[in-house]
Design a protein around this ligand. Structure first.
Ligand SMILES: [Zn+2]
Ligand SMILES: [Zn+2]
Length: 299
């Protein structure tokens, strides 16, 4: 279930991109030109919902509006440097001078209101490759961005919740969000870092350490902020934390590692690495951990 629309400047490689998606992933190519009946074509695409389809070139807001009626449609912006596109143009259509190409390119961009259209793109791809093989290899590496699964997997789902939780952090030094989940994929608790509830919030001056600009690791033991991972455990107690998965936006510090071990949390999923060599050592061999790159998943 996938409909991909492609937009991009002159000679950015839109047709080549479509062809590679066809060869590598069996996408059906639909070319939009001026004669096409947009609504009729869209209905044909919707009816063949099981056929992955790639459409080139998207050039109007109306096309995007119609295609967006299916939530498995997404738009990709394909780009290449002006000079690269100029060279490709000359190869394809014969030599012209660079100034003329820039004029042509500007007209194309501004006539189509490219910047406005590009706001609809979820994925930006660069194609400065000199050979088809080079481009195809670079696409393979970016496939998790290009072909979006219909819905996020559990790890991405809970991690995105952790990022939402993180927004409630009141610590002025660093925001972290965490979510504790049981084996049945049910959320047991959520927490973000900040001062204990009886105190003033960190961002209102509740933690003297966070107000200063010393490095975080040196003064952690004096810091009044409760960490997000710690907060998740405190909400529950060990009878419920045993064999759970903790999703945290930042890899746990040493303090939280100790708490997680004691709480018998069995898996940690994190995004940002942090600066915690020692906590990594503590966790290794004791708790299974996985890193996910949330940036790759765009929904
Ligand atoms: Zn703080
Ligand atoms: Zn911590």
């Amino acid at each position: 279930m996938s409909i991909i629309g492609v937009m991009g400047g002159i000679c950015s490689g839109k047709m080549l991109f479509c062809q590679l998606m066809k060869d590598m992933y069996d996408y059906k190519i639909v070319q939009f030109d001026q004669e096409i009946d947009l609504n009729k074509t869209a209905i044909q695409i919707y009816n063949n919902w099981n056929t992955p389809t790639i459409i080139t070139a998207i050039t109007t807001q109306e096309q995007i509006r119609v295609l967006k009626k299916r939530n498995y449609f997404h738009l990709i912006f394909l780009d290449a440097s002006t000079y690269t596109r100029y060279r490709r143009y000359c190869k394809k259509h014969g030599e012209i001078n660079f100034d003329d190409f820039v004029k042509l390119d500007d007209k194309h961009k501004y006539d189509l209101n490219f910047l406005e259209l590009a706001k609809n793109c979820k994925v930006y791809l660069k194609n400065n490759s000199n050979t088809i093989e080079e481009f195809s290899n670079s696409l393979k590496q970016q496939m998790t961005k290009i072909i979006r699964p219909f819905r996020p997997d559990w790890d991405v789902y809970f991690m995105k919740i952790a990022y939402t939780v993180k927004q409630r952090s009141n610590c002025m030094k660093k925001s972290v969000g965490a979510v504790l989940v049981n084996n049945n994929k049910r959320i047991l608790s959520t927490s973000y870092n900040g001062t204990p509830k009886v105190m003033k919030n960190c961002n209102e001056g509740g933690c003297d350490v966070c107000k200063e600009s010393k490095t975080l690791d040196l003064i952690l033991y004096k810091c009044m902020c409760i960490h997000a991972e710690e907060g998740c455990i405190l909400e529950l107690g060990i009878t419920q934390t045993r064999n759970t998965t903790l999703y945290t936006t930042l890899f746990p510090c040493v303090w939280c590692c100790k708490a997680l071990l004691q709480a018998e949390v069995s898996r940690i999923v994190y995004c940002e690495q942090g600066n915690w060599d020692l906590s990594l050592q503590i966790i290794q061999n004791l708790i299974k951990y996985d890193q996910i790159d949330i940036e790759q998943y765009i929904y």
